[in-house]
Design a protein around this ligand. Structure first.
Ligand SMILES: Cc1cc2nc3c(=O)[nH]c(=O)nc-3n(C[C@H](O)[C@H](O)[C@H](O)COP(=O)(O)OP(=O)(O)OC[C@H]3O[C@@H](n4cnc5c(N)ncnc54)[C@H](O)[C@@H]3O)c2cc1C
Length: 373
């Protein structure tokens, strides 16, 4: 009997499994394919900050970025390439906006004038660019595999049912005291209306390529060029809204190469691998975390939710021991890693979860908007 069963071996599942096992818990990961075979394997995976005006979402991203960089440089230096990310402005106005946002950034940046960007095409270099020195990139597959390595991993096991017997759960014949569902954009396993309403899938593709020796940093512009440790490179990423997985396409790969060539004359001789994945995003862009709400029990107890009443988070009946952990959008490698620590602290130390990521907020939105008659 495990303390926790985690379903899904992407960055979300691997991160929560990592923190729980570091906290002394026994953890089983159940994965329908291989670790990092979903969106996580398709990710760049940039560790970038978010640039913009202060907002609750930016505050969460800032905390996630600082937390992740600190941990990666300390605990995973062999996987994290802190080579910096060059942020290319789309227009001259973007440079002004960036300058206006500089006072809200607590990470190191510097402006590079066009003449300092001779490794870019003249068009890409024309407004100059900002270098974010603390940013970097991590090998997504190896990172997930190292995070998961403290746990028992059951690969090629599709979880199609979560059964509760007495005080224990059973999934694929494996028993645990609690279950954390980290299946990314796959929302079918839970048969949960409010999650179906609150989650959005965003398909993306990247290619891993040979070469690009002249680039010493990641580049974030029309294309995202990742420079992994060990001289491997990736070009991403496409964005297509979709509820289900799509096929990777040669057309999308050609578009990525074209976008990368507009930035730097990149001579892609060989595409080593093409990967696609479905990002899981929430309707308010915050992650979706915590013990699942028992829809029917809460609606029966508080029927006025439908007309605007908002019960306190702690008053809502839960599906005891069943947790959701998803919705990290395009920032799974910072937000997913950080919110895994928050979820772990709530599970092991009783630290209340940040209300902005608590999954009950999605339940309330669903109850009001969809279920109001
Ligand atoms: C092209 C692309 C580029 C990206 N670039 C970046 C980037 O640069 N930086 C960044 O931070 N983020 C990036 N992202 C976003 C990031 O990849 C996601 O936020 C993150 O991977 C989501 O992780 P996850 O664990 O929730 O989902 P996933 O990685 O999809 O993991 C879910 C896992 O659950 C498994 N699973 C599903 N259903 C079942 C089931 N019933 N039983 C068992 N297993 C199941 C799947 O096989 C999968 O392995 C990118 C995404 C894409 C697609």
């Amino acid at each position: 009997m495990y303390d926790f069963i985690v379903i899904g071996g992407g960055i979300a599942g691997s991160s929560i499994a990592y923190f729980l096992s570091k906290g002394g818990k026994s953890v089983a990961i159940i994965e329908k394919n291989k670790v990092a075979s979903g969106a996580s394997g398709a990710a760049g995976a940039f560790i970038n900050p978010v640039i913009g005006k202060p907002s609750p979402l930016k505050e969460l991203h800032d905390k996630a970025f600082a937390f992740t960089v600190e941990h990666l440089t300390r605990d995973f230096p062999h996987l994290y390439n802190q080579c910096g990310t060059l942020l290319l402005p789309k227009t001259e106005k973007s440079i002004e906006e960036f300058r206006a946002h500089e006072k809200f950034m607590d990470f190191r940046t510097s402006y590079l004038a066009p003449q300092e960007l001779d490794f870019l095409t003249p068009k890409a270099a024309r407004f100059g660019a900002y270098m974010c020195h603390d940013a970097g990139v991590i090998d997504p597959k190896r990172f997930c595999m190292e995070l998961a390595s403290r746990c028992d991993i059951y690969e090629n096991r599709l979880a199609d049912e979560i059964v509760k017997n007495d005080e224990a759960y059973e999934v694929c014949g494996i028993r645990g005291r609690a279950v954390i569902v980290a299946t990314g954009a796959n929302k079918e396993l839970l048969h949960c209306d409010y999650l179906r309403y609150g989650m959005i899938g965003l398909w993306g593709q990247k290619i891993e390529v040979e070469g690009l020796p002249h680039l010493g940093c990641n580049i974030s512009g029309e294309a995202l060029v990742s420079v992994y440790r060990g001289d491997r490179f990736a070009i991403g990423a496409t964005y297509t809204r979709s509820e289900s997985e799509l096929a990777v396409s040669d057309e999308a790969s050609s578009e990525l190469i074209e976008a990368a060539n507009a930035i730097a004359e990149i001579d892609v001789k060989t595409i080593l691998e093409t990967k696609g994945g479905l990002r899981s995003t929430s309707i308010d862009h915050f992650p979706i975390v915590g013990e699942m709400v028992n829809n029917s029990a809460v609606l029966e107890k508080f029927p006025y939710i439908k007309t605007g009443f908002r019960p306190r988070t702690a008053q809502m009946e839960r599906m005891s021991g069943l947790y959701i952990f998803t919705g990290h959008g395009s920032k799974g490698f910072t937000l997913g890693f950080y919110t895994a620590k928050l979820l772990c602290d709530s599970l092991l130390c009783g630290t209340p979860l940040d209300e902005r990521i608590e999954n009950s907020r999605i339940f309330i939105k669903w109850a009001r908007k969809v279920n109001c008659n």
